[in-house]
Design a protein around this ligand. Structure first.
Ligand SMILES: [Zn+2]
Length: 114
């Protein structure tokens, strides 16, 4: 006999149980419920398959394409600390502006003895 769906653990709970992350209250249900036991077996099978795959570095051409896309997709403002192109100028301006703000604050504190 199949239990109503509301009595089964959620997919997240079953995944955590299958991966050994958190099995609180799940083991007993899985032992008695074929539907959930099948899901747990499938998740463990996927984990085992992924674990058996060899670690391989991506080809250099793919690495270059990803880095190039990342570089071109990044808004110019986020390249603040890049020293290629005009990024260095922005960095210098920001450092000078920060220094001026700090200097002004120190002058204000000293001059008015706050
Ligand atoms: Zn179940």
């Amino acid at each position: 006999m199949t239990e109503p769906l509301s009595n089964h653990p959620s997919q997240e709970q079953l995944t955590d149980f299958a991966l050994g992350l958190n099995g609180a209250g799940i083991a007993e249900h899985v032992a008695a419920c074929e539907a959930c036991a099948r899901i747990v077996r499938d998740i463990r099978g996927v984990k085992q398959t992924l674990g058996a795959l060899p670690d391989e570095d991506p080809p250099d051409s793919l690495r270059r394409k990803i880095l190039e896309r990342h570089r071109t997709a990044m808004p110019a403002g986020l390249n603040l600390f890049s020293f290629s192109g005009k990024g260095w100028l922005r960095t210098v301006i920001l450092v000078i502006a920060g220094f001026l703000v700090i200097a002004f604050c120190l002058y204000y504190l000293i001059a008015f003895k706050l």
